[in-house]
Design a protein around this ligand. Sequence first.
Ligand code: NAG
Length: 280
Amino acid sequence: MKQRVLLAWPWLWLWLLAATAGSPSSDTFASTTFSSSASSSSSSSSSSSGSSSSNSNSLVSSSITRSFSSTLPTSTFASFTEDFPFPPGHEFRFTLPLYNVSIPENSIGKTYVVPEERMGIKLASPDSNLDIRFRIMSGDRDKFFKAEERTVGDFCFLLIRTRTGNVDVLNRERKDRYVLEVRATLNRGDGKNRVAIMEADATVVVTILDTNDLNPLFYPTEYEATVTEDTPLHRSILRVIAEDADLGRNGEIYYSFAEETDQFAVHPVSGVITLTRPLR
Ligand SMILES: *[C@@H]1O[C@H](CO)[C@@H](O)[C@H](O)[C@H]1NC(C)=O
């Protein structure tokens, strides 16, 4: 049933176009319209949501006017032909609903997050004049990030970078993950007249990577031990412990004496201090 409605629409448009445009060859009309309606029926059969049918209608009608625009006076179709690069079967949507990306903590401004795979929207054909914008809708309360778009060939890349002029920096020990909701809009018109004609959303999970930015801290900060004269060599006198909030290798701690001494030794990993020379 839905397919029938969709199929009917192109013909209605054809009729309207023919009525407004006057004389251009109706053969061209018929063949182009037919191919458009064929592709719309295949896409509508695969789409399941209820709201998509009215959406598809406008897509169908618009993609048809687009295909005519080359054969008709452009002024007649000024209101139709600006965009609609997403014909039926090629929806305006992100390649995935969720992307994982990462960025080192303490990154300076204009550092781009590193995605595991390309993020963005596939276009039906290369078109660098499309007005596609990305915006971070939520998940970035402190405004660390900025979304940018860059179209290369038939792909509009979503890029996310740190803002310049941030007072604060990303700090893994404070927050190690940001879940950003990003909205893409396909717009037409400019300035005040810009309107979004299509929207698509995706989630970008930003994992903040650790850098070795924290010094280990001793706890407690002072130790005291009494050593008798006859303490045997290499027996444990005391063990010191420090902690580091950094992760993994960045959090590994090696102990040594701040001032060199032959009298004592500290085990680099365990922190155990022993006597190496007799005290007598
Ligand atoms: C993102 O990472 C999570 C685990 O952190 C994983 O479960 C998920 O499959 C990943 N998604 C993609 C699209 O890579």
